[in-house]
Design a protein around this ligand. Structure first.
Ligand code: ZN
Length: 212
């Protein structure tokens, strides 16, 4: 059972996983309407290519950042957004993402750590991936089809999130961001070059931060 509170806090299930599938529309709208959309950083911006700082202050400033991240995610039509994608050097990501059963997951994780999967649980899924920080580019990338992330909520309570399919991909992609990695860093040299070419040829449908 989960009890939604005004600060967006949500409950956990019997196994201690965040219940991030209830009242998604209301929760996402509440964050977004309090927040202000900010432009998105793109590949080449130093903030995307180094490990972000741990969140240590679970205060109003963090809450405002999370609101802005939901607003920015919506504007850019993303399913996940890491803080460094709006230029903030802090380990926090938000998500609003469907899994392969069409179930919507909405939430926020601070200081995420991806759990190591047992070899028998590691089933690779080869699907297309894109990133708001590599606008208009897509590439196929194999990733485990299941992921568990441990971290903290916006109040600093320990939480864990699990996902399958597309949502598992999102959890891995966003955690990577906060350690300074883009999905294109996991591609072969040739595929990476192709993704960057796609980006050069396309025009983002949202405001981006120009690289110096
Ligand atoms: Zn991304």
């Amino acid at each position: 059972m989960s009890q939604q509170e005004t600060d967006g806090r949500i409950g956990v299930d019997d196994e201690g996983f965040l219940v991030d599938t209830e009242d998604c529309e209301e929760r996402e709208a509440a964050y977004r309407e309090r927040g202000t959309s900010r432009p998105i950083t793109v590949v080449g911006n130093p903030v995307l290519h180094k490990e972000c700082k741990d969140v240590t202050a679970f205060d109003d400033e963090l809450a405002r950042l999370i609101d802005d991240m939901f607003a920015s995610q919506k504007t850019a039509e993303g399913v996940g957004l890491a803080a460094n994608q709006i230029g903030v050097d802090l380990k926090v990501f938000v998500y609003d993402c469907p899994d392969d059963d069409g179930v919507r997951h909405t939430g926020v994780i601070c200081n995420p750590v991806l759990e190591e999967l047992a070899p028998e649980a590691r089933v690779l899924d080869d699907s297309n991936e894109g990133c708001l920080s590599v606008p208009t580019a897509y590439a196929s990338l194999a990733r485990p089809d299941y992921a568990v992330v441990r971290g903290q909520d916006a109040q600093g309570n320990p939480v864990k999130v699990r996902g399958s399919g597309y949502f598992a991909r999102c959890l891995q992609h966003e955690t990577d961001h906060l350690y300074g990695y883009l999905y294109i860093d996991r591609l072969s040299k040739r595929e990476r070059k192709d993704a960057l070419r796609q980006m050069d040829e396309g025009t983002p449908r949202y405001e981006v931060v120009p690289n110096a």
